[in-house]
Design a protein around this ligand. Sequence first.
Ligand SMILES: [Mg+2]
Length: 295
Amino acid sequence: MTIQTPPLALLLDVDGPIASPVTRSVDAGIIADLNSLVSAGIPVVFNTGRSDTFIAEQVMAPMIAAGLPHGAVVNAICEKGAVWFSFTADGPGTIHVDKDLAVPAAYGDQVRSLVASSYADHMFFDETKRAMVSVEQHVSVENADYLIEQQDFDGAAMKLLFQHGLGAIRLGHESPDEAGNIDFRVDPTIISTDIESIRLGKDLGASRAVELLAAQGIVPAAWRTMGDSRTDYAMADWLHYNDHLVKHVDVRPADGVPTKPYAVLTSVDLGLGEEIIHDDAGAAFLRAWLDAVTD
Ligand SMILES: [Mg+2]
């Protein structure tokens, strides 16, 4: 196999930098620039907590419709590393699932019932997840109202885990199983709660990204990671500590930018105002990378 060494590879969180956190869809300009980057030979890898279905509908289908070049392969790591697939202009390839990283199905069934009986006004059970259990805010509900209900739901979800004999952690609060182990995590985000194996994370996604590209004969000279949450830094952390050159873009730096042994960029580094955040910042960085590799 001929080894390709593109100057950059992109490892992209989806909700926030690519998909609008308000509409949860992807702007046409972002889709066009993603396709242009792929055309320029830049590997694009998505690294998301979302399901493969979400990525297929919100990212893959629009990229194909907008003219994803034939022969190009785009990789998507979903459910924080538990699920992954590649797609081309012809559509998705095999969906891979690491079953060892799945939440027990009986627990998922009970969460589905719990949402239907007590939380259906504010949130819905994500039926497209294969390894995680995710419960998401309805788009029609005010986020502030959702966040209040979410606290209550999270408590009920933790209690259910305990009843199933499963040890879990939520925001530092530990509820071990009888043997003292914690195998699961309840992770509240601003629009959802994810219940997942403790082994899932953006770092697992990063390791899969490197493996997937290597299997395709691609060894990038450097990486750019981009996200909107503190947990997204785990992508760049993993790459840095495994001797890959990386810079991380934070599109929602209001939480404060932590000190890291690699460069962290925000919209200000592109000469934009600090009010340029979310997918507006994501779009600006995609354009900057495109300009850098096509000049
Ligand atoms: Mg995000």
